[in-house]
Design a protein around this ligand. Sequence first.
Ligand SMILES: Nc1ncnc2c1ncn2[C@@H]1O[C@H](COP(=O)(O)OP(=O)(O)OP(=O)(O)O)[C@@H](O)[C@H]1O
Length: 303
Amino acid sequence: MTGTPPHPTGQPDVDAFAKPETPDTEVTPEAAPAGGAIAVERPAHHTPSAFEKNGPTGDPVVKLAGIRKSFGDLEVLKGIDLNIYQGEHVVLIGPSGSGKSTVLRTINLLEKPTSGSLVVDGHEYGAGSTAPRGNSLQLRRTVGMVFQQFNLFPHLTALDNVALPLRSVRGLSRRDAEARAAEELRRVGLLIRAGHYPSQLSGGQQQRVAIARALALDPKVMLFDEPTSALDPELVGEVLRTMQAVAESGMTMVVVTHEIGFAREVGDLNVFMEDGVVVESGGRGFYENCTSPRAIEFIKAVK
Ligand SMILES: Nc1ncnc2c1ncn2[C@@H]1O[C@H](COP(=O)(O)OP(=O)(O)OP(=O)(O)O)[C@@H](O)[C@H]1O
């Protein structure tokens, strides 16, 4: 491609990797600290979320009961029970292959459970339900997902990547979708990149566009499946800080991550999985206080 794509918001274009980032941000992820350490400190001004202050209220937004999932002869989830409440931040950790991603993919029906009950925002989607697998519109409006590999359309600008589902899922006009998409890009500090294609953005910026795209649909729950695993180390911090800002906005979140520093700061409920079962779970302080030898060993290894 030659030249710089036009900026749909009429702002001047800048080099895709120009620093510092624009001043049009509410959420301003800063550069990773010198030395590359990924520390997500709770800011001094942190005020506890409604969930932290009040604990669970109302019915769970997501309820998994006895969820089992098999791929052929391989049973990868062996009876998962999990209640996720409004505003709660759930972190799933565990070794590779333990079933964490499958739990996330079950919550948004990318995988349909073999047995068990799944209720999301009051709707039953479990094994016995007739809801179609994967693309239930109802579920796409309720559950946002951010993947390890960003999954942006390479031929669409950042703005159009965010606007597309607003048109296809929410049914907005092009004009309204673009206005809303611009607002979401502003929230993640990337409005000035709106006219850029994914290939012109860093991995961290692409992932922040993916987060904006999911947030734009105004979901009740956001799922993050190892959102920083595909990033160069120096880009991890900016994505974690964006996620932390999403958490502080009161969003209900389920996060699969190996970033224990982030998990410690954000996790209201922390779940250690192994071999398709929940071995141990706990609230704040889990990473210091868990008791199962496998969880302790795992946390030590990834810290
Ligand atoms: N579509 C599929 N078909 C067959 N097997 C699958 C499929 N998806 C996942 N699996 C298997 O299910 C098991 C659990 O996978 P899952 O991705 O949920 O684990 P995970 O804990 O998220 O691992 P990782 O940390 O490596 O991503 C693995 O053995 C995996 O190979």
